[in-house]
Ligand binder design. Sequence first.
Ligand SMILES: Cc1cc2nc3c(=O)[nH]c(=O)nc-3n(C[C@H](O)[C@H](O)[C@H](O)COP(=O)(O)OP(=O)(O)OC[C@H]3O[C@@H](n4cnc5c(N)ncnc54)[C@H](O)[C@@H]3O)c2cc1C
Length: 406
Amino acid sequence: MESNLGNTVEQMKKIGLLTQSEIELLNKVDHACDELVTSEYESYIERKYNDQGPLVLAKNELMGIPIDAKYGGHGARPLVHALAMERFGQLGMGIVTLVDVHQFLGSLAIQQWGTEDQKSRILPDAATGRSILAYALTEPEAGSDPSSMSSSFQAKGDGYVLNGSKYLISNGSIARYLVVFARSSEDQLISAFIVDSKTSGFEVAMHLSEKLGLFTSDTALIEFHNMEIPKDSLLGKQGKGLSVAYSALLNGRIGIASGCVGVIEDCLNACIERARYRVQHGKPIGKHQLVQKHIAQIAINLESSRWPVYIAAMKKEELDADRRNQELLRFVDRQSATAKLIASRNAYDSADRAVQIHGGFGYSILSPVGKHLLDSRVARIYEGTDEIMELKIASSILGREFEAYR
Ligand SMILES: Cc1cc2nc3c(=O)[nH]c(=O)nc-3n(C[C@H](O)[C@H](O)[C@H](O)COP(=O)(O)OP(=O)(O)OC[C@H]3O[C@@H](n4cnc5c(N)ncnc54)[C@H](O)[C@@H]3O)c2cc1C
């Protein structure tokens, strides 16, 4: 079957931007996506979580793309991971969400902030897919403002007791380990923890299946009832949980933005095909200038989304090699927010135009571009809404004293 990796990967190969092993990794992603097409669409039509997602990715050794080789992953650099997410995005945001939360938010948070013991205990199973990871920040009353969270922890004996609930948690009911954020009932500061879902007191209170789209991704309401967790569950320094949360989101936003680029690519490909063979008024609809206008705009959306994402990923590579560089950190933080804002808006706009080009068939549960329309909308909400991204970009230009969202 012809590869869907696209022209950019071909260009990067030609100018030597990708090594042979990186190309092989991307070919595996391409292969896994082909293998997932049927289950992804069947699950979407039945409006259920696609349980084949993690199995097929694990079989193709794709559950640990950014995890260090030392822990059994590929140790892929951010640009390669972005290209992989772009390919997953062609399949849809359901699979992008699974990969993003497990790998960018979960694994990378543990890789960056975990102790050697935490990393060697959790990452090898995450890399093979034996354990799935989730990231639990949002609560019913704390979304855009996580600093207002009410989940709490208290020191008890040689560990902590955790209470509270986390809302809209992707991979929430399938995860073995969750990166959870809670507030100290003593000094009120927020800390991050690695929580084992097999611990007594952990409850999946509800499967959230009433979403507008993204049915193939697992979303749950999680509760902690006097859950006793050991001392070595603490991730990073006590009281520094929001630093863990925000650094993970920086990675996650590059992943979501890359997935959105894939959505736009898939919409463009579908529209090119439809415009060539669907005949109305005696000619292919692609010969009508107003249809061409939509195709041109989707192509413009693709180009204007792709490069902000690649710049974010390439600058993230520099940051990974120079973690203490605060100026670079601020730049990458802003660039990942910018890339996510542009790509998620453009993905939704492209899916809307693609539905228009497909006419009545586009407005159907059986239409892949209709699926993209429903699924991509969430990218303008999760991991920071459009509005929060705009405020973040503005304050990063004006200075911290202008921060309007804390
Ligand atoms: C399918 C799905 C999966 C998700 N997965 C996860 C996950 O895995 N882990 C996780 O922790 N969370 C997850 N989330 C939660 C997601 O991150 C939140 O929904 C998001 O951060 C927004 O929070 P909220 O829904 O509470 O909206 P709110 O914060 O209530 O915002 C509502 C509106 O007000 C605007 N607003 C809020 N504050 C300001 C401000 N200061 N200035 C201007 N406008 C403002 C927002 O932009 C938005 O338009 C998921 C959400 C969905 C829908």
